[in-house]
Design a binder for this molecule. Structure first.
Ligand code: MG
Length: 260
């Protein structure tokens, strides 16, 4: 019997390790870090470091921008080009020579998602950039985006946003359970609902021009996210409107206001 004790102890340790601590859940706050949380620490936007910082300070989401290289690799950057290299016409080999200010390469979507999947408190707000070459290429990027997310089993971490209605519709068709929000501001909540969107993610200017859309969206059960909100006055107004999310370059300021 005594010889069984070490086996029991080892089994117990393995079980505790495998089961781990109590599972965390995605945070319930309105703070979405715009291109990661980069500003306070002087980190590059759309970097793994800015995602880590968004996670560390407890943002509900970290937004990032994705383009597709000429050879079909999904990479992060806000603009269509970085240091003069146009991402859509460059090869991944060329893009991988570039460095962000902290020495990181421009992350691939896969690397970024893999990093995000090491935790489950901060969601990944995946912006699928419209192609400057053709609508079809944008749709191809949408297809590859959904493919990568599904192949990684990352569905519960990822919400999608896009300015391009064709991209939005393609994602909704490929993954009807995905949360997809529309950025472009030119569709009413009713139109978004009918198209199958999860929510609207509009510029604050659009919401100021259409204040009735808060109530209309809420009545339709649409999620409301507003960008890019960097000052107290606007944050206060949106918190009063009970929006679901505020996308900001100043997540620390928004947390400060929430804690007041
Ligand atoms: Mg973006």
């Amino acid at each position: 019997m005594n010889h069984l004790i070490p086996i029991i102890i080892v089994s117990l340790i393995i079980c505790l390790t495998a089961c781990g601590p109590a599972p965390e859940t995605f945070l319930d706050n309105p703070v979405i870090a715009h291109r990661g949380a980069w500003k306070t620490e002087g980190l590059p936007q759309n970097s793994i470091a800015s995602l880590q910082r968004a996670i560390d300070i407890g943002c509900a989401g970290s937004e990032f921008d994705v383009w597709m290289t000429s050879d079909g690799v999904l990479v992060l950057n806000h603009d269509a080009d970085y240091e003069g290299l146009v991402l859509e016409t460059a090869t991944f080999e060329e893009v991988s020579q570039l460095r962000l200010s902290n020495g990181e390469r421009l992350p691939t979507a896969e690397e970024y998602i893999r990093k995000g999947m090491t935790q489950n408190r901060t969601k990944l707000i995946f912006e699928v950039k419209p192609s400057k070459i053709s609508t079809g290429r944008g749709v191809e990027l949408a297809e590859k985006s959904v493919d990568i997310v599904k192949s990684m089993g990352a569905e519960k971490w990822v919400d999608y946003i896009t300015f391009d209605h064709d991209i939005g519709l393609r994602i909704i068709a490929l993954d009807p359970d995905a949360n997809v929000a529309y950025l472009n501001g030119d569709k009413s909540p009713q139109e978004l609902k009918e198209a199958g969107y999860f929510g609207l993610d509009y510029n604050i200017r659009v919401m100021k021009e259409n204040p009735n859309w808060f109530e209309e969206a809420r009545e339709l059960g649409l999620n409301i996210n507003v960008w890019t909100v960097n000052n107290r006055e606007d944050m206060e107004w949106l918190l009063d409107q009970n929006v679901d999310y505020i996308t900001t370059d100043e997540p620390e300021l928004l947390f400060e206001m929430l804690n007041d």
